[in-house]
Design a protein around this ligand. Structure first.
Ligand code: DI6
Ligand code: FE
Length: 404
């Protein structure tokens, strides 16, 4: 006889996919129950083993699949303007790198972002976030990196925080000052990195705007040495790091990230064995971004089989950004992860829940277990594979963020 457990909400008749064992997400609990108090899960498991509940409200899930709320762990969701014109130019033959070198690309979004104020950025970005929420996303990471000067980077991060407080979704902010070289620093990349590491990062961190620090380690971005400077500054502030690594070429960014205990290394199409070994040893998550792979028509696949063999946890994210992945659908990213990268259904599900949580350094989301936030997605699907299989459609029946 177990004692009565008092709680705010009980979800009954759920087919539960708790994601507590990342390797075995097919282990659906057919007659599942979740109970929450003060936004946190107090029970998640079979109805049979459940205690008696004294609940404020009971929600009958009608036998629907219930998963943790989805986590989009890599986005550039906050920005001004559009790059549809650049897309058109690429269709006529211009390459992404050529456009970037000609002052377009990231720098054109920088101009539009600097021109918008915080309210303008919120207004431009809220619809994108609403699309994610409509697909069951309960946590989203949002990077800066289109301001490339203190005031505009601050406006981006403040807009991200504001979206998180307005929209019933958790927002994790990442400072990506080292995303691109602003034109006023042309030919002076080291001086810009000094500004990022010595001025911008400490100021924004002091304002509570930075949960993690990222950089773009690439020929058209920053060198490994420059990234080291940024990571050292992050380390001095006790902030975790992550890295855009090996997207277009191999600068050994994955190994660099692992050396700094990075939460994740992201993209990784050109990652080599040394990078994989280093990531496995450091517990760094491989965040794969199939939307960017697809949209830039990349032909080199990320070494998924080697990540799998080495035991590197794999996450998937939208990389929502105006240049290389104008995508807000995390479900489509799952489909692309399976179709383009050959991830299994089980891997795709873990990639947007438990492993995405790890890529954000979070242990309080991404699974359904006592103590974690009651972030739930209730789906109108017969089996978990349908979440990965379908392209389009809105399979979400209901979504709960912190129990509400
Ligand atoms: N890698 C990407 O795919 C995006 N940023 C990055 O570091 C592209 C950003 C853009 O083109 O606006
Ligand atoms: Fe990115």
């Amino acid at each position: 006889m177990s004692a009565t457990l008092s709680c705010d909400t009980v979800w009954t008749a759920a087919r539960l996919l708790p994601m507590t064992v990342p390797g075995q997400p097919d282990a659906v609990i057919e007659q599942g129950v979740v109970a929450a108090r003060d936004g946190r899960i107090v029970y998640a498991g079979s109805a049979e083993a459940a205690p008696a509940f004294a609940a404020g409200r009971t929600i009958d899930c009608g036998g629907r699949l219930v998963t943790p709320g989805l986590i989009d762990c890599h986005t550039h969701l906050v920005y001004g303007g559009s790059r549809a014109g650049e897309f058109e130019a690429r269709l006529e033959g211009a390459s992404y790198e050529a456009i970037a070198r000609a002052g377009g690309g990231i720098v054109s979004t920088m101009r539009a972002t600097r021109a918008a104020d915080e309210a303008g950025l919120i207004a431009a970005s809220a619809p994108r976030l609403a699309e994610m929420i409509a697909e069951g996303v309960t946590t989203v990471e949002i990077k800066s990196g289109y301001g490339l000067e203190l005031a505009a980077e601050r406006a981006m991060l403040r807009a991200a925080r504001a979206l998180g407080s307005q929209m019933r979704v958790s927002v994790a902010t990442t400072f990506l000052g080292a995303h691109a070289l602003p034109p006023e620093y042309a030919g002076r990349a080291d001086a810009y990195i000094d500004l990022v590491a010595d001025t911008m990062l400490p100021a924004l961190a002091a304002e509570g705007l930075v949960d993690a620090v990222d950089a773009f380690c690439e020929g058209i971005g920053f060198s490994a040495t420059q990234v080291e400077r940024v990571f050292a500054a992050a380390g001095a502030l006790n902030l975790p790091v992550k890295l855009h690594a090996e997207q277009l070429s191999n600068l050994h960014g994955a190994a660099l990230a692992a050396r700094h205990g990075a939460l994740s290394a992201d993209h990784l199409e050109h990652c080599d064995d040394a990078g994989i070994v280093a990531m496995a040893a450091a517990g760094t998550v491989a965040t794969l971004l199939p939307g960017a792979y697809y949209f830039t028509r990349e032909t080199v696949l990320p070494p998924v089989a080697a990540f799998r063999a080495a035991g590197v946890p794999i996450a998937l994210a939208t990389d929502c950004n105006p240049g290389t992945s104008p995508m807000t659908s995390l479900l489509l990213a799952m489909n692309m992860g399976a179709t383009l990268f050959r991830l299994t259904v089980a891997e795709c599900l873990a990639a947007v829940t438990i492993n995405a949580a790890r890529a954000l350094g979070r242990r309080d989301i991404g699974a359904l277990a006592p103590g974690l936030w009651a972030d739930l997605a209730v789906w109108d699907v017969a089996q978990p594979a349908e979440l990965v299989y379908r392209i389009g459609g809105r399979p979400l029946h209901a979504r709960y963020w912190r129990g509400q």
